[in-house]
Design a protein around this ligand. Structure first.
Ligand code: ADP
Ligand code: MG
Length: 236
């Protein structure tokens, strides 16, 4: 039987100040198995990015539980959480989030060095070669196209060999053809490494490439294709 990698139980989160608070996640239950790819769809403001931030341990829940590989994130200190994230979760953002005054190689290697990986620069070089940037190691983000910058970000996310890869609209800032190439790279990397992918997108065709589709609305999961496979009804 497949192993669980993500377990959200009644995940609840309100963001913002008391005067302008938003109830962003309203008791979300979600179980993801190792090796799955989950496309997360839903209107703007429905809580997709916040859900990913919770999964990455970048936002803490107000209520409920989050387990990644059987580790409850609620109970971890900030340092332990950062350490856990560094080892287990790779993150790809829409806007790349590269460090402008570091080369491609440094952008990939520095997080590994921070995690005390011995041969950080060697691993970084290999990961950049794997995404087709072997000739661009010493280029700065400003010297790279959007698609190339996203390749650097993918190499950075994959370098620590995380079990869980999360991507928030990874093709949202790219033209259609470049976006397709980046999507191909993400799915190929996931298949090759047997990792688990959670991908937020507003592109239904991209979500359809995932093995499972989850639809969010107003801080809840309104539809999950896994429920249909199991013969359960959504929202049950
Ligand atoms: P999505 O990614 O689906 O567009 P988000 O998760 O970014 O949605 O946001 C969900 C809701 O939470 C939105 O209404 C957004 O305005 C609100 N929100 C997100 N972050 C904050 C924050 N730090 N403070 C207050 N409200 C927030
Ligand atoms: Mg978002």
């Amino acid at each position: 039987m497949a192993k669980t990698i993500v377990e959200l139980k009644k995940a609840d989160l309100t963001l913002g100040s008391a005067a302008a608070s938003v109830h962003v996640l309203k008791g979300v239950d979600l179980t993801v198995f190792e090796g799955e790819s989950v496309g997360i769809l839903g209107p703007s403001g429905s809580g997709k990015s916040t859900l990913l931030m919770v999964l990455a341990g970048l936002e803490r829940l107000d209520g409920g539980d989050i387990l990644i590989r059987d580790t409850g994130l609620n109970g971890l200190s900030e340092d332990a959480l950062a350490d856990f994230r560094g080892r287990n979760v790779g993150i790809i953002f829409q806007s790349f989030h590269l460090i402008a005054n570091m080369t491609a190689l440094e952008n990939v290697a520095v997080p590994l060095e921070l995690a005390n990986v011995g041969n950080a620069f060697e691993i970084a070089r290999r990961e950049l070669e794997a995404v087709g940037l072997g000739e661009r190691l010493n280029h700065y983000p400003g010297q790279l196209s959007g698609g190339e910058q996203q390749r650097v970000a993918i190499a950075r996310a994959l370098a620590p060999a995380p079990g869980l890869l999360i991507a928030d609209e990874p093709t949202g800032n790219l033209d259609a053809e470049t976006g397709r190439q980046i999507a191909d790279l993400i799915f190929a990397s996931q298949a090759e490494r047997g990792s688990t992918l959670l991908l937020v997108t507003h592109d239904a065709a991209l979500a359809a490439r995932c093995s499972r589709q989850v639809h969010m609305r107003s801080g809840t999961i309104e539809n999950d294709s896994a429920d249909l496979h199991l013969g359960r009804t959504a929202n049950a």
